[in-house]
Design a protein around this ligand. Structure first.
Ligand code: BGC
Length: 760
């Protein structure tokens, strides 16, 4: 029987391989024929990606799009939406360009399309892989129904410096968690069949190391050892590519002296040769032109560098369009370089099914039926509630009772436009419920809600303007801060409890939104102080796109619920959690520092030669600060629940394994509190002795479980030598025999430990 099964499986695999090979052959023949008819100008035209002019995501806007489509000078358009508009543009290409080559249509579909999910950092806080995949799937359904076939997502840049505004767009600080999420997003977008009319081509960005910008300043330099790159920063990009992502976006930054968009080592040696990536490489917005500002030469020179490094498509800058023919004539690039890039663009179009039917994504009926459906909205509500992280809950301030009067006070209370969060360019801001509106919809008449601005986002009007761009407005009151606060306090007199809706506006994080001060703006801090002085219970509902510094709030406010930016359903989800319909379960995907001076701060640090003694916070001649302990305020993986979980009985199946073996680590988790709840059980490993320094712990597994009150479950993790691998100084992926520590717990700090040995 077994033999028959094996024979059948190998027959199936062989037949599949033959089928794929036949498909590839058909595609290659089609593209060869097409390229045989193309002029050099038409080939270069395919490498040109322009803006469609509907959403502004950069400083330059493309011109003469219509005439360029007709002359075959455009391969792709992004930020153009609606099946009708996209059909019109596609018709120009199909009916009026010489070779009728269809256009691909892209967009930044980052955390939802019309139904907006939490910002990616918030989604990461759910640690819920099926949920995350589901959000990408919904985004693909809605975006393709609006005519699109390409998203510039997932963004998988690891960041350990909360000053960098784009930390909001990724999955945080950790290699393992980010890699797991990268894979889910790609599968969610691309599905099993890219040519289906409801799957989107994924684009992994920003390749590479964009999140390691010096001093957290956007677009700044990255200089990093190869060893660190391979072990800590590259795995999420690789995971996305291994999951089948068929496009990659280059990053803006310099990497060890060569900017990514001109980096042959990165785009060809690593990406194409080592990782066997055979998809499309596109630059970020005007990144080729910016190579001139990096100091690499004029536009012709840098366009040549980018093409030769491995870039296929030029986003917005038109360096390729305007200079490559000249460079070819002058012998600075070869026809093979241009052919390679053109082929990569055409292969994508073929795989998307555009040569079969260029209008397959242009069905207004699908757009009407598949957008903002009840099912999508309920997933958004669930995802938002799961993304919230309960940072503090003294004396069980939360959950609140559904009765009496609640005052919702603060600049984030009444702004629908700020709920979707940064990089939600397709969100319908006008029709997004504010926190208060959403809460009212969820709570009906059970609770009376009163509300007040209480404070401006910041006292600095010019800063507020910069922090509320792209229509993300927040009402501004031009009276003195004292007058605004006094009025708010007066209005809270009738309230039983106060919800302070404070923090960042959505555009205080995201692109070009780096900050050096990560406290809640002082206008809002003063309001919070006044609210606390009323003596009423105060819950801080914190909006933020990054880990803020909350030492003061942690000391003074009884309950803090971090809600990031939860998307379309924020208000309802906040009501669900505040009033106990949903028990919070999110855990931080990035460390919250005590102050900005600790940054960059992350849990998987190296030990140094002078670590602090356990429990000490300052020792002379040890690695620490004079003025603050090394500890974060809230560690990676941290988050509370309305119930409590007890971890006990950590055991391993074997104390020693060989390189061919594996072991199982188990821990008993018991819900010891008064509510049913979800817990994220985390597995970390420490390599105690190695031929090179290793992190003090690294996440290697997790399990999100649901336990009823009083219930226990034994959670097991299989640990194999693969989990112990690392890149050595020669960049070989190796396992070394020795002693390892297994650490399991509810976060990266509060773990229980047990050791095992790996033998040869
Ligand atoms: C961003 C990318 C984005 C692109 C297109 C750039 O400014 O860095 O993340 O995909 O614009 O909108």
């Amino acid at each position: 029987m077994k033999i028959i099964k094996i024979l059948f499986c190998s027959y199936l695999l062989t037949s599949l391989n033959i089928a794929f090979a036949q498909q590839d052959e058909k595609m290659n023949k089609y593209i060869d024929d097409l390229m045989g008819k193309m002029t050099i100008e038409e080939k270069i035209g395919q490498l040109n990606l322009v803006t469609g002019g509907e959403a502004t995501t950069g400083a330059v806007v493309s011109t003469d799009v219509e005439s360029k489509i007709k002359s075959g000078s455009i391969g792709g358009i992004f930020s153009m939406t609606s099946p009708q508009r996209i059909r019109k543009a596609q018709e120009l290409a199909i009916n009026q360009s010489r070779l009728k080559i269809p256009i691909i249509f892209g967009m930044d579909v980052i955390h939802g399309y019309k139904t907006i999910f939490p910002i990616p950092l918030g989604l990461a806080a759910t640690w819920n892989m099926p949920l995350i995949r589901g959000t990408a799937r919904v985004a693909a359904i809605e975006a393709t129904a609006d005519g699109l076939n390409w998203t510039f997502s997932p963004m998988v840049d690891i960041s350990r410096d909360a000053r960098w505004g784009r930390i909001s767009e990724g999955s945080g600080e950790d290699t393992y968690l980010s890699a797991r999420i990268a894979k889910e997003m790609v599968i969610g977008y691309q599905g099993g069949d890219l040519s289906s009319n409801n799957t989107l081509l994924a684009c992994v960005k920003h390749f590479a190391l964009y999140g390691a910008a010096e001093s957290g300043r956007d677009y700044h330099t990255t200089d990093m050892s190869l060893h660190r790159m391979y072990n800590e920063y590259l795995p999420p990009y690789k995971a996305a590519i291994d999951a089948g992502a068929l496009s990659v976006m280059t990053s803006f930054n310099d990497i060890n002296g060569v900017p990514a968009s001109a980096n042959h080592w990165l785009l060809t040696d690593l990406l194409r040769k080592d990782w066997k990536f055979d998809g499309l490489v596109v630059t970020d917005y005007t990144a080729i032109n910016e190579l001139s500002d990096h100091g690499l030469g004029d536009l012709q020179q840098v366009s040549t560098l980018a093409l030769k490094a491995g870039v296929d498509m030029d986003m917005v800058g038109e360096g390729f369009l305007s200079t490559l023919k000249k460079s070819l004539d002058e012998g600075k690039v070869n026809l093979e370089d241009i052919d390679r890039a053109c082929r990569n663009v055409l292969v994508i179009k073929y795989k998307l099914g555009l040569f079969d039917d260029p209008f397959r994504y242009c069905d207004p009926e699908r757009q009407r039926k598949n957008t903002l459906t009840d099912e999508h909205l309920s997933l958004a509500r669930e995802a938002a509630a799961e993304s919230f992280v309960l940072l503090k809950n003294e004396n069980q301030t939360l959950p609140l009772k559904k009765q009496g009067t609640v005052a919702v006070v603060g600049p984030l209370a009444n702004t629908g436009a700020n709920m979707p969060g940064t990089w939600s360019v397709s969100a319908d801001l006008e029709n997004t419920a504010s926190l208060v509106e959403g809460m009212k919809q969820a709570l009906g008449n059970s609770v009376k809600i009163i509300t007040h601005l209480g404070a401006n986002l910041t006292d600095d009007a010019a800063l507020q303007e910069r922090a509320t761009m792209f229509g993300r407005t927040i009402p501004r009151d031009n009276r003195t801060p004292e007058a605004i606060i006094a009025e708010a306090i007066q209005s809270t007199k009738q309230a039983d409890v106060i919800v302070a809706a404070l923090g960042e506006s959505s555009e205080m994080s995201g692109e070009s939104s780096s900050r050096t001060d990560l406290n809640i703006p002082s206008s809002q801090r003063k309001l919070l102080e006044a609210l606390l002085e009323t003596g009423k219970p105060v819950v801080l509902v914190l909006f933020t796109g990054r880990p803020l510094t909350l030492a003061w709030e942690n000391q003074h406010v009884p309950a803090i619920l971090n809600v990031w930016f939860g998307g379309t359903q924020t208000g309802k989800a906040v009501a669900d959690v505040l009033f106990g319909d949903v028990n919070p379960s999110g855990k931080l995907p990035a460390t919250f520092a005590q102050n900005v001076g600790q940054l960059p701060l992350y849990y998987s640090q190296k030990n140094t030669g002078r670590p602090l003694a356990e429990g000490a916070w300052f020792q002379k001649f040890r690695s620490n600060y004079l003025d603050v302990s090394n500890e974060p305020l809230y560690p990676f993986g941290y988050g509370l629940s309305y119930t409590t979980f007890d971890y006990s009985d950590l055991t391993i199946s074997k104390t020693s394994i060989t390189k061919e073996d594996s072991l199982t680590a188990s821990v008993k988790v018991t819900n010891t509190g008064n509510y049913d709840g979800q817990e994220i059980v985390q597995l970390y490993i420490r390599d105690l002795v190695a031929s090179q320094t290793r992190p003090i712990k690294e996440l290697k597994g997790f399990d999100k479980i649901t336990l009823k009150k009083g219930e226990s479950e034994t959670i097991s993790f299989v640990i194999s030598p693969d989990d112990l691998k690392f890149y050595n100084q020669q960049l070989e992926l190796i396992t070394e025999p020795g002693v390892f520590k297994i650490l399991i717990g509810p976060n990266s700090r509060d773990t229980q430990e047990i050791e095992f040995t790996l033998t040869d």
